[in-house]
Write a protein that binds this ligand. Structure first.
Ligand code: IMP
Ligand code: MG
Length: 184
C-alpha cells in the first residue's frame, strides 16, 4: 500500500490540526441552537467521509444525531465522476433540525448538488456543508459550501477516507498515487 504512494500532499498532523479548527467553527455556528428546539444532525456521505467525520465530531461538544447518506459517483477504478446519485440513506432524521453534510472532497460538485436538495426535502431547518478538501477547478468553486478544510490542486488523491477502487482509505495522510497504479 505505501509503495504505491507518489507524494504526500497533506500529513496526518496537518489534518488533525485543521479538523480541530473546523470543529471549532461548526461548534460556534451551532452552539446557540443547543438546548433550543432545533438540534443538529451530522450527515456524512459514505464511504469517503467516515474517517473525517469520526475525527471531526469528537471535537464538537454539542448534542447531535448522525444520519448516513450513500452517494455513488466514482465507482471502481474511476478517476472522474460518473455522475452523482443518492443511492441510499439511513437514519437521516433532519426534520426541523440543523443539518451539516460532511464530505471528503469537493470535485465536480455533483455530490453536494445531489445531496443538499434531498436533505432540504426531508425538512431540515438549515443545511450547511463541510468538505475536507476542495479541488482547484472552476466547478468546485461554483458550489456553495460553508466549511473547507484544505484547497488542493486538481489531482486525484487518496487516503484519510478517500479511495481508488475502494482501497487506500486507511492511509493516514492524503497522498497521490504513482501513475502505474492508476494506469494514467
Ligand atoms: P464530486 O461529486 O465530483 O464533487 O466528487 C465528490 C466525490 O467524488 C467525493 O465524495 C469522492 O468520493 C469522490 N472523489 C472526487 N475526487 C476524488 C479524488 O481525488 N480521490 C478520491 N475520490 C474522489
Ligand atoms: Mg464520496
Amino acid at each position: 500500500m505505501y509503495s504505491d504512494i507518489d507524494r504526500v500532499l497533506i500529513t496526518k498532523e496537518q489534518i488533525a490540526l485543521r479538523v480541530r479548527e473546523l470543529a471549532a467553527e461548526i461548534t460556534n455556528d451551532h452552539r446557540a441552537t443547543e438546548g433550543g428546539e432545533a438540534e443538529m444532525t451530522i450527515v456524512p456521505i459514505l464511504t469517503g467521509a467516515i474517517i473525517f467525520c469520526g475525527d471531526l465530531i469528537r471535537h464538537i461538544p454539542i448534542a447531535m444525531k448522525i444520519g448516513l447518506m450513500t452517494v455513488s459517483s466514482y465507482p471502481g477504478r474511476s478517476l472522474q465522476t460518473q455522475g452523482s446519485q443518492v443511492i441510499g440513506q439511513q437514519l437521516v432524521n433532519v426534520k426541523g433540525r440543523h443539518a451539516v453534510i460532511i464530505d471528503d472532497i469537493l470535485d465536480s460538485g455533483g455530490t453536494i448538488k445531489a445531496v443538499v436538495p434531498v436533505i432540504r426535502a426531508l425538512g431540515a431547518q438549515t443545511v450547511k456543508v463541510c468538505v475536507l478538501l476542495r479541488k482547484d477547478r472552476p466547478a468546485a468553486k461554483e458550489v456553495d459550501v460553508d466549511y473547507v478544510g484544505f484547497e488542493i490542486p486538481d489531482e486525484f488523491v487518496v487516503g484519510y477516507g478517500l479511495d481508488y477502487n475502494d482501497l487506500y482509505r486507511n492511509l493516514p495522510d492524503i497522498v497521490t498515487l504513482k501513475a502505474e497504479v492508476t494506469g494514467r
